[in-house]
Design a protein around this ligand. Structure first.
Ligand code: MSP
Length: 507
């Protein structure tokens, strides 16, 4: 992933409030968008809500609301959670918005006119919570193979998208574009899925069974299947058929971040739909693993939800963002527990980074009259440290490209540990007592400059805390932040400020 980017999260169902799983994809996308901006690229970041379909209609019924009111209420919860978590999206799309409904109708009309959609009879097993059909052999003892809830037998006249005819094309596309679906384990999963014949996709629901959706423009007795409606959001927000210039700039750079639960819809349905529309697939699809609690996937139906609001309230939004990015290795599941979150906070953030900031600010104030000192000459140690920091800049961006945020942060942590060690080894407090002020200045400046550089590298992860670090060091980016990634940008003479602990200790 290089150059400009259009980065998206899935749009979330408004049947319930956001939990840690939704927060994860959104924070991940936010961090990637911020890294891109830090590199001086354009990053257009989209998130939003999926408001049609049976799930939302059922939740509304349960709450005694009409579906639109249910959606309006939940959207507020999503928006306020994203605000708390400092999410910097450029657009927030709701599938009930007129701009989206218009595009879905137009796409349907076009595909109908081209013969890509036909009317037929469907008989099969349907999983209501997952909103998808299964064949007899997919079922496990009569239950949905995905969520293990009972499937219903349905016979219905419906509209179908000729998805099956794109199977060979998709198989070829996947083998010609090995970087399209990542990580590789997920690409293999999709390739495995495509070894079975790919059927056509039922894209309608009769109104008498479900009336909460976008009506088919060519048959008002039906609403559009929620997934066919939802996937098109990525085109609506990119300006397809409404802003050609924007669309031409964004679409070739589209990267969809998703959880592994919605891999097939994104990696099979979506590229075939785009092909029928006459558009190329997005540039990449990254599927991450699940957040589990006690070994089970966090989800509304399992009932083991962890709310991002509570976690951000406990240890701060930045600490929560850091935890999410650091804890889940790309392609794997991760376990959440309060204990793990607190341990990471106390160890890495309070004792590691927080301690270093506190120490350096105090040393500038105590030994250097409160201003960043000037250094005349440096020795090998300082040159090594500088080189190590510059190598870190490259490797952090390489890891971000691969969406290996946990690796990027692991390397940052190693440099922070080395910085703490460098300070301890050189003991400026002893040098000061011995009257070797030149040596004190050298150590204090080098460690402070390294800290400043590291803080810029974690700025996309912790936007607020890193600004506090800059205040402590008396540094302010002039112009683009990317300029601050050069060594020697911390100016001697800047005034340091003592601040309350960055990550206060919590019992
Ligand atoms: N509305 C569809 C997506 C349509 S995109 C065109 C949907 N919504 S959802 O509300 O169920 O959210 C799904 C997404 O939330 C997952 O793909 C994933 O990104 C995130 N997560 C939900 N639970 C999760 C975990 N327990 N762990 C990690 N992320 C998961 O599906």
């Amino acid at each position: 992933m290089t150059g400009d980017c259009y980065i998206t999260t899935p749009i979330y169902y408004v049947n319930d409030e956001p939990h840690i799983g939704h927060a994860y994809t959104t924070v991940l996308a936010d961090i990637v968008a911020r890294y891109r901006r830090l590199q001086g690229s354009e990053a257009f970041f989209l998130t939003g809500t999926d408001e049609h379909g049976q799930k939302v209609r059922d939740a509304a019924l349960e709450n005694g609301l009409d579906p639109k009111t249910q959606a309006d209420r939940m959207v507020v919860r999503y928006l306020s959670t994203w605000k708390t978590l400092n999410i910097s999206h450029d657009d927030f799309i709701r599938t009930t918005e007129a701009r989206h409904v218009r595009l879905v109708e137009s796409v349907l009309q076009r595909l109908w006119a081209k013969g890509e959609i036909y009317f037929g009879e469907y008989e099969g097993w349907y999983c209501v919570p997952d909103e998808r059909y299964w064949t007899e052999k997919d079922l496990i003892n009569g239950t949905c193979p995905d969520c293990l809830r009972p499937a219903e037998r349905l016979v219905e006249k419906n509209y179908f998208f000729r998805m099956g005819k794109y199977q060979d094309w998709l198989v070829g596309y996947l083998s010609d574009h090995p970087e399209f679906i990542r990580p590789a384990s997920r690409k293999n999963e999709v390739q495995g899925f495509l070894r079975q014949p790919l059927g056509d996709l039922c894209i309608s629901r009769p109104v008498e069974r479900l009336d909460w959706g976008i009506r088919l423009p060519f048959d008002r007795r039906y609403v559009t299947y929620v997934w066919f409606d939802a996937l098109i959001n990525y085109l609506t927000a990119a300006g397809f058929q409404s802003d050609d210039q924007m669309f031409a700039r964004l679409w070739p750079n589209a990267t969809h971040l998703i959880g592994k639960d919605i891999l097939i819809t994104h990696a099979v349905y979506w590229p075939t739909m785009l092909r029928a529309i006459g558009l190329p697939p997005p540039r990449a699809i990254f599927a991450h693993g699940w957040w589990n609690v006690g070994g089970a996937k966090v989800s509304k139906s399992t009932g083991n939800v962890v709310r991002p609001f509570d976690l951000a309230a406990a240890l701060g939004s930045d600490a929560f963002r850091y935890f999410l990015a650091r804890e889940m290795a790309m392609g794997h599941d991760a376990d959440f527990s309060d204990e793990l979150f607190h341990r990471r906070y106390a160890g890495t953030l309070a004792n590691g980074l927080g301690n270093l900031v506190h120490r350096l600010t105090s040393m500038i104030i105590r030994y250097c009259a409160g201003v960043v000192p000037e250094v005349r000459s440096v020795s090998e140690q300082e040159i090594d440290l500088r080189d190590r920091c510059m190598r870190l800049v490259d490797s952090v961006f390489e890891n971000v490209d691969a969406l290996s945020l946990h690796r990027a942060l692991r390397e940052v942590e190693a440099v922070i540990r080395d910085l703490n060690r460098y300070v301890e080894r050189n003991a400026p407090w002893t040098l000061y007592k011995q009257g070797d002020f030149e040596a004190v200045r050298k150590v204090v400046y080098t460690a402070s400059e390294a800290l400043r550089l590291v803080s810029i590298l974690v700025h996309p992860v912790m936007p607020d805390k890193t600004r506090e670090i800059w205040q402590c060091l008396g540094w302010r980016p002039d112009g683009e932040l990317t300029e601050g990634l050069k060594w020697g940008t911390l100016r001697p003479g800047s005034t340091a400020t003592r601040r309350p602990p960055l990550f206060p200790r919590v019992e």
